[in-house]
Each structure stands twice: as structure tokens, then as C-alpha cells.
Design a protein. Structure first.
Length: 585
């Protein structure tokens, strides 16, 4: 039904679809009258006035004629059409099933019928088109061919067909599973300033919203002229513009993505007089070839995420991004994540560079607007607890804390010579938090994404007694609490170091080992997180710290919970206070 809803939407129109219903009268053991509320399985096509061709599955030639009509209709009118093939399942749900348990009357009829090949063979012989010996020879040749292929199965090693030279993926490689490669993703400052200025430029006759003119466009230009700190939205514009300049197309899709759920992005401007849209990044150069497509999607996470996954495996030179309105909205698309995104390469050898942005953070809101359920993505990785899988893991799960880190993540996704799905635990309050903004030097050539960020405020690491490890925006709350404790002389300046894991998977064991080696006198290591103990990264990082690094972590966080968050301001504040006490105790 979602496909029919998408078929006439500008961001999802593929020029018509031929829908084939294998109408075998059964859904497991459920008869059709219990499986739908309408008379025909094709009735969902009525929502777009889709034509339907009904055809008897016992008649191959009629089915071929129906397919030809459908293909010509789709080609001529660029619209959807349905073929409803009325047929049956000879063996029920599968060869081990006994359908007579639940459909005795139907299967009494089915078992008394000839199979389609036998019925068609008799028809051809009766018409004098072939004789029985010819048909027997066809069957014998086919069986011999199939048996020869069957014998090859034991030693067959499938080739990654998508890496074939004649494929768009031919220039891609299989990643090195033994180590993680560092990719230089920095850009020259002059290019970034140009991109930033162009990202808010409109024609003179374009009536931009008054608020955006001052607080967004003019403020961005002023930042660029004074080399001020770069916020999240500007860093994203830097990444998008630089990739477009390198010839990569971009597709950004999701609910509210043009404006941004938190009104921070404004990749698309709407004229206040005409209502027309304008995407400044598509007009950086006169002869610009690469384009960014910004699609504010229909409200179906499952359908949209499935569509975006398909876009991501079609061409490696297109950066495809799906952004959830709030992080936990991905649960509506859980089947797409489990079936395709996390396991598609293992099952079908299809690489995907899909980027998934999931706004996450505990700010006192309810359980449906706090957590992107990091633990589910980490559980879906193939990263083992006692080895470093490097770039060979099935997905990357990253929790960046600065705008520059986000910039490098997006650029790394395209610059490297292979593709992996990227799950970005993206921010809400960090979008405008000064502490999360980066200096222009952090975007320059020679810079790259950092899987681990150490504590630059600790000047004497050899005196550190406790190392607190964390990820995401929680680090800023921890740093604020530490400053308060130092100011009130509860702890000393060098008592506690705070280390941030920016990339959870692949697990940055080597980087962590180098960072932790600075703290030779540390007596305690604490993993602190906002999420309850049975959620968040805890169950993923704990065994890896112990098995790979020999570090036994203490947990500091909310107790186990069925719901991600309490949703009551007072209780939320109590939990935060308790969490801070546990972390610094």
C-alpha cells in the first residue's frame, strides 16, 4: 500500500511499476476471506486508479500476453499497473506442509488437477506443435543441466557481481578487515567559506522569510567572514557542498529534512510570496553537474527507508541519507534495517553507503522522543568481542560530539573506496551548543574523523585517578559536573579524565589503548551513559574493554527499564543527579 502511495510523489516516482500478485488463495493456512477486508487482493490499487489485468495461472500464453500489455502500458503512460495471477500452491505453504488439515475442499480439487507443465504439454501436443519425444528430450536436457550445476555447489565461491568492471560499482573495493583505514577528509578553508556563503544565497526577487534572513543567512555569512565557530548545520553544508564539488550527487530524505526537525538546516528556502522552493547548494557553480535532492517524505518510515536503501545500492557515487524526525522513529522501519541494511552485504554481497541520521538525547522528554535505541544497532553488528574487525564490520555506528566530526563522517562515507551503512546517533541540543561547535582549522586538509577524543583539559595525565568513558552529548554534562566539583574543591583538577568514544563500531581498540596508556595511575574506569543499563552502548562496550583492553569498567547510568525514558521532568532531574553522583563517586 505504501508503494501505491509513493508512486505519484515527486521524490519517489520511478515512472510506473508493474505489480504482480501471485494470487495463490492462501496466506499460510489463512484463507483469502480471512486475509483481507476487500473482495480482491488488487483492491489497494484503487487508491490511485490503477488498472488490473486478471489472468489464469494455468495458461502460460495468457500470462505472457498480460505481461506484455502491462509492460507496454507502464512504458507508454509511466503509471502503475497490476497483474492479478489467479493460481494455487500445490503443496500448501511448502513441501513439508499438509494443506488438507485446514483446506480439505480446495486441495481435493487441486490434487485432481494436472500440473501447469503437464497441462501445457498436452495442449502443445494436441495442437501438433511438438511431439512427446521432443518434450521428453527437453526435460532430460534440463535435468542434466540442473544436476551438473548442483554438483558444483559444494565448491562454489560466488563472485561479488556488483564489483564487476562493467558495473557502476566496478571501481569499489572490498574493505580491509584487518585494520581501520584513516581517510584524509579535510578541505581548504577558501573552498569551505565559498560553499558556506553560497549555501544561503538567493536571487534578489526571492522573498526569504524575514527571520531566516537575519538569524540564518546573514548570521552564517558573518561567521564565515570572522572565522567564528562552525555549528552543526554549517558543517553539514560544508560536507554537502564539498562532495558536490567532487562530483558526488546527494539525496537527503525524511520527515522535515528541508527545514530540519529542529529548524536548523534550511537546505531548502521557500519564497514567502510565490511559495516556490530554492536549494542554494544546487547553484554554487554555473556548470554544476552534481546535485542535491532534498525530499520531505511521506509518513511511512518502513517504505521510505526501503526506498532509500534501494537508492544506495544503485550507485556508489550518490550519498544517500535518511533522517528520522526523532531517533526512535526508525522502529517503524525495523524490518528494513534487519533484513537489508545490516545484513544485505552478508546475504547478497551488495554494498550500501546509506547514512541514517537518528536524533538522540535525554532532555527530559518522553520515551518516544529520547532514544534511537543504540543498543539495537550495536546488537546487529558482526563485530566480535575478542577481535578487531576493522573496516570489515557490516555497519558503522558513530556518535559524534562536534560539528567537525560530523563533517568528516559524511565526507569519509564517499571518499573511501568501499561502502558501508553508517548509523549516526545525531544530536538535538548539540545543533546549537557552543561547546559542540568546531574551529575552521578542524576542517582543513590533513584532518579526519577521530574515533576517540581524549581529554585535552587534563595537563597531568599521570596524576589521574579515574577515567570516565562516554559517548555523545553526555560528555558535555559530565564536563560541566566535573567543573562544578573542581570549583567546590570536591575533586582536584587532574583527578578525573573524560574520554569520548565517537565511533562505537568498529570498536576503536587501538585508539583507546593509546589514549588509556596516558593514565598510568588510574585506579578506576567508569562507563557513564544517559541510557538505562539494558540500553545504550553498555552491553556492547563492556566485554570489549575487558577482552581487548583488559579494562574492567564500572557502570554509571539509569537502572534497567522497560521504557527508554521517564517523561516526567522531576523524575528526569532526579535520575541525572543520581547518575552524576555514581560517575564521580
Amino acid at each position: 500500500m505504501e508503494c501505491f502511495n509513493m508512486t505519484k510523489l515527486p521524490g519517489f516516482d520511478v515512472g510506473g511499476i508493474v505489480h504482480l500478485i501471485i494470487n495463490n488463495q492462501l496466506g499460510f493456512t489463512t484463507p483469502s476471506e480471512l486475509g483481507r477486508s476487500s473482495p480482491y487482493a488488487s483492491d489497494i490499487g484503487k487508491m490511485i486508479g490503477c488498472p488490473v489485468i486478471r489472468v489464469n495461472g494455468d495458461e502460460p500464453e495468457q500470462l505472457l500476453k498480460a505481461a506484455e500489455i502491462a509492460a507496454k502500458y507502464r512504458h507508454e503512460y509511466k503509471k502503475d499497473i497490476i497483474i492479478d495471477m489467479l493460481c494455487y500452491r500445490k503443496w500448501g505453504h511448502n513441501e513439508l506442509d499438509d494443506p488438507t488439515f485446514t483446506q480439505p475442499l480446495m486441495y481435493r480439487d487441486i490434487h485432481g488437477r494436472q500440473s501447469v507443465p503437464d497441462k501445457y504439454t498436452d495442449k502443445l501436443i494436441e495442437a501438433g506443435i511438438v511431439d512427446k519425444n521432443t518434450v521428453d528430450q527437453w526435460i532430460e536436457n534440463s535435468m542434466a543441466h540442473w544436476n551438473s550445476l548442483l554438483k558444483k555447489c559444494d565448491n562454489y565461491v560466488p563472485e561479488p557481481i556488483y564489483l564487476a568492471p562493467d558495473s557502476p560499482w566496478g571501481k569499489m573495493s572490498l574493505p580491509n578487515v584487518n585494520h581501520v583505514t584513516t581517510w584524509d577528509t579535510g578541505c581548504h578553508g577558501d573552498e569551505l567559506r565559498y560553499i558556506g556563503a553560497k549555501s544561503v544565497e538567493v536571487h534578489e526577487d526571492f522573498a526569504m522569510h524575514e527571520h531566516l534572513t537575519k538569524s540564518h543567512a546573514e548570521a552564517r555569512v558573518e561567521k564565515l567572514q570572522t572565522d567564528s565557530l562552525v555549528d552543526w548545520a554549517l558543517a553539514e553544508a560544508f560536507a554537502f557542498g564539498s562532495l558536490l564539488n567532487q562530483g558526488y550527487d546527494i539525496r537527503l530524505c525524511g520527515e522535515d529534512v528541508g527545514r530540519g526537525t529542529f529548524s536548523h538546516r534550511h537546505a531548502v528556502f521557500t519564497c514567502q510570496q510565490s511559495g516556490n522552493y530554492h536549494i542554494p547548494l544546487n547553484h554554487m557553480l554555473e556548470d554544476q553537474k552534481a546535485q542535491i535532492e532534498v525530499v520531505c517524505s511521506l509518513l511511512s518510515e518502513e517504505a521510505v527507508t526501503g526506498f532509500e536503501y534501494g537508492m544506495s545500492i544503485e550507485n556508489p557515487d550518490r550519498l544517500v541519507i535518511w533522517e528520522a524526525q526523532f531517533g526512535d522513529f526508525f522502529t517503524g522501519a525495523q524490518i528494513i534495517f534487519d533484513t537489508f541494511i545490516t545484513s544485505g552485504e552478508a546475504k547478497w554481497m551488495y554494498q550500501s553507503g546509506l547514512v541514517v541520521l537518528l536524533p538522540h538525547g535525554y532532555d527530559g522528554a518522553g520515551p518516544e522522543h529520547s532514544s534511537c535505541r543504540i543498543e539495537r544497532f550495536l546488537q546487529g553488528t558482526n563485530s566480535s568481542e575478542d577481535s578487531i574487525d576493522g573496516d570489515g564490520v557490516n555497519i558503522s555506528v558513530c556518535h559524534p560530539t562536534t560539528s567537525a566530526q560530523y563533517f568528516h563522517l559524511l565526507r569519509r562515507q564517499m571518499v573511501r573506496n568501499f561502502r558501508k551503512p553508517l548509523i549516526v546517533v545525531s544530536p538535538k541540543i548539540l545543533l546549537r551548543l557552543p561547546a559542540a561547535m568546531s574551529h575552521m582549522k578542524d576542517f582543513q586538509p590533513g584532518t579526519h574523523f577521530l574515533p576517540v577524543i581524549g581529554d585535552s583539559s587534563v595537563k597531568e595525565p599521570q596524576r589521574v585517578k579515574k577515567v570516565v568513558l562516554c559517548s555523545g552529548k553526555h560528555c558535555y554534562a559530565l564536563e560541566k559536573e566535573r567543573s562544578k566539583l573542581i570549583k567546590t574543591e570536591v575533586i582536584n583538577q587532574s583527578d578525573v579524565a573524560i574520554v569520548k568514544l565517537e565511533e562505537l563500531c568498529p570498536f576503536p581498540a587501538a585508539e583507546l589503548q593509546r589514549e588509556l596508556s596516558k593514565y598510568q595511575s588510574a585506579e578506576a574506569y567508569v562507563w557513564s551513559q544517559e541510557e538505562p543499563r539494558n540500553m545504550g552502548p553498555w552491553t556492547f562496550v563492556s566485554p570489549r574493554f575487558e577482552n581487548l583492553l583488559g579494562v574492567k569498567l564500572k557502570f554509571a547510568g539509569r537502572r534497567e527499564s522497560a521504557a527508554p525514558a521517564v517523561g516526567i521532568g522531576g523524575l528526569h532531574r532526579q535520575e541525572v543527579e543520581k547518575l552524576m553522583k555514581e560517575t564521580f563517586a
